[in-house]
Design a protein around this ligand. Structure first.
Ligand SMILES: [Zn+2]
Length: 353
């Protein structure tokens, strides 16, 4: 897979509004699913019977599963972290699940993605140094447990790679310490977690900077849960290779389209009698379908099924194409110009010249 690249998210083993056959056309090369959600429903054994995550998604390209750390911790007060795992309310059947590093590992062996993520501790207060330090210690301890299990299966030769996750909130020393501890364990790739729970763009970029510069250049650097155009290009500028985010499809469902002119909110009255297609010149299934902006707006207002799908397809295509443009710009030495262009459209306050 060429990098930098963006991975669309099929949390429960299914894309929202995107047909399996459309994924590759849109530019997807690798897809993300969530191990904890699939463990909860339909269950690891059932997914295995359906052909693993590849069978479920009807996708034979690479798949990465998240361990569910972020989801488990975002369930907030319900999640109780203890030395050996986190007690979390079962999202489907009630009662509690003890989601441990061992269970996260075994679940991902069963689901059979190409890349499995370790279970980490995502602190709910990225500005609290004490909490972040404790989360880092536990993250590293759990990483060691899972790395050993991975070794017992033969490491990446088993057919499944395993990535460690750097935590540490907004604190440079904690992030660096976490990254170095994970590097000592020699993971197949490295992810940076916990940057999207912080406070705004600046804090996010600091989290990326504090982590990325320590990580080895010959291993994948993956920034988790990040996916607006400005965040993507700013993170690529800081050395990130792959990303995942629900943003393009979620924004599409909420009538927001991504273009080189910035975000377009299709419920805006100015589109009422607009006969142009969503983004003239775009070659996505939405823009080539000929559906005018005014019809998309009317459809959203009437809660039709098609407009959210069409905007999801456009947004996904836009982000994949943006990554393609970044790859080309890096190769031709024009990345700086593309970066300015995207920032002008999406983060005008960040332009300094
Ligand atoms: Zn389009």
């Amino acid at each position: 897979m060429e990098t930098p690249a963006f991975m669309p998210v099929a949390t429960r083993g299914m894309m929202r509004g995107v047909l399996p056959a459309q994924l590759e056309e849109l530019g997807s090369r690798m897809v993300l699913a969530n191990a904890f959600h699939l463990f909860a429903r339909p269950g690891t054994e059932l997914v295995q019977k359906l052909g693993g995550v590849h069978g479920m998604l009807a996708w034979d390209g690479p798949i990465l599963t998240d361990s569910g750390g972020f989801q488990v911790f975002s369930l907030g007060a319900l999640g109780k972290v203890h030395a050996n795992g986190v007690k979390v309310e079962h999202p489907v059947y009630g009662g509690y699940v003890d989601w441990t590093p061992q269970l996260a590992f075994e679940t991902q062996v069963g689901l059979a993605p190409d890349v499995a993520m370790v279970l980490d501790v995502c602190p709910d207060a990225p500005l609290d140094q004490k909490k972040c330090a404790a989360a880092v210690e536990r993250t590293v301890t759990w990483a060691r447990v899972q790395r050993d299990l991975h070794d017992l299966r033969g490491g990446a030769d088993s057919g499944q790679a395993q990535f460690g996750i750097v935590q540490g909130g907004v604190f440079a020393d904690l992030r660096e310490h976490c990254a170095r501890s994970l590097i000592d364990l020699e993971f197949d790739g490295y992810a940076i977690g916990g940057v999207s729970v912080g406070d705004g763009h600046e804090a996010m970029m600091h989290g990326v900077e504090h982590s990325a510069h320590v990580l080895p250049q010959d291993r994948v650097r993956y920034l988790m849960g990040v996916g607006t155009p400005a965040e993507l290009i700013e993170s690529v500028a800081r050395g990130i290779d792959i990303f995942d985010c629900v943003y393009p499809t979620r924004a599409g469902r909420f009538a927001t389209a991504l273009t080189d002119e910035g975000r377009m909110h299709m419920l805006n009255a100015r589109f009422k009698d607009d006969t142009r297609v969503l983004d003239p010149g775009c070659t996505c299934p939405c823009c080539t379908s000929g559906v005018p902006r005014g019809a998309l707006r009317a459809g959203f207002k009437a809660k039709e099924l098609l407009p959210p799908i069409l905007l999801s397809l456009h947004n996904l295509y836009y982000l994949h194409n943006l990554m393609h443009r970044m790859r080309k710009a890096i190769a031709s030495g024009t990345f700086g110009e593309l970066r300015q262009q995207i920032l002008r459209a999406y983060l005008p306050t960040k332009i300094t010249n």
